[in-house]
Design a protein around this ligand. Structure first.
Ligand code: AMP
Ligand code: MN
Ligand code: MN
Ligand code: MN
Length: 280
């Protein structure tokens, strides 16, 4: 079990715990080093840092940036970022603006499928600044359109389903530049979730490396043991550091459980190898 967890969400994006509650819960579960990595927003980091000081947790400032690469959505984690770096700040703000227009289109698409009121309904679940598919999922489940968070995505919110709308997020090169420019490490989040074939994956890893990307998230709440082994091997081959994170979203949101992720496979070079916060 790893006591380092470098991927988690709060109410600032689509998690269900406030930043302070998330940090306290992580501490309770034995996490010593925690990165808060909300989608496209850094607004929870101050509250998380304050909470971390009394909870005995080292807080890593993070973000999970939504990226469009060759018509696919990828998530790039920035770890140890400077949240005040102007270019990062502007970039995230533009992505958040894009989410507002996308939400309107999702609601229109759902209305065409006979489900009305989903824009207001989804906003009813938004607690801070970000509107995401998770909030539509909460609304749809609350209205009995699906039995669980997993099923609601499959039924309504993924490609080929009635509530899915294509969207253009940030460019990969921009996301990496914002992260690196702010002094952070750029990490491909949950690479096993994108369903990339070997050739496309190779091209992504080459491009990410050429852009200055640092690491792959090898251990993830959404990776199978086989994926962990595969991406550990690929990280070694391409010379990437390795990260681990639960992708915790709260007790009712699915994905990994905080403080319960496996340790890195032996032989990996951890992304935190030179971080003072992560030295025991
Ligand atoms: P968005 O960034 O608005 O497209 O929303 C993506 C979020 O939806 C992810 O970060 C997850 O939290 C959630 N999500 C996506 N797919 C699933 C799924 N199959 N089951 C549960 N949550 C999901
Ligand atoms: Mn999420
Ligand atoms: Mn993600
Ligand atoms: Mn995430």
């Amino acid at each position: 079990m790893s006591c380092i967890d470098l991927h988690s969400h709060s109410t600032i994006s689509d998690g269900s715990l406030t930043p302070a509650d998330l940090v306290q819960y992580a501490a309770l579960r034995g996490v010593k080093v925690l990165a808060l990595t909300d989608h496209d927003d850094v607004a929870g980091l101050d509250a998380a840092r304050t909470a971390s000081q009394s909870a005995g947790v080292s807080l890593i400032a993070g973000v999970e940036i939504s990226v469009t690469w060759r018509d696919r959505t990828l998530h790039i984690l920035g770890l140890k970022i400077d949240p005040h770096y102007p270019e990062l700040h502007r970039g995230l703000s533009t992505i958040r603006d894009g989410r507002v227009g996308r939400a309107v289109k999702i609601a229109e698409a759902l209305a065409e499928a006979g489900i009305n009121g989903s824009l207001e309904g989804a906003y009813g679940f938004v607690q801070e600044n970000i509107i995401s598919r998770t909030h539509f999922a909460c609304f749809l489940v609350s209205q009995g359109h699906a039995g669980s968070m997993k099923n609601v995505f499959k039924k309504y919110l993924v490609k080929g389903r009635p509530g899915y709308v294509p969207h253009h997020w940030a460019e990969l090169a921009d996301a990496v530049r914002w992260i690196k420019g702010s002094g952070g490490c750029a990490v491909i989040a949950h690479p096993g979730r994108y369903g990339l074939g070997a050739t496309t994956l190779h091209q992504l890893l080459e491009e990410f490396r050429a852009l200055g990307g640092d690491a792959l998230e090898v251990v993830s709440g959404s990776h199978t043991p086989e994926m962990v082994q595969r991406f550990a091997r690929l990280a070694g081959e391409y010379g990437f550091l390795v990260s681990c994170g639960s992708d915790y979203h709260g007790p009712d949101r699915g994905y990994g459980d905080i403080g319960r992720i496996p340790s890195l496979p032996s032989g990996c070079a951890p992304v935190w190898h030179d971080w003072p916060e992560a030295v025991a």
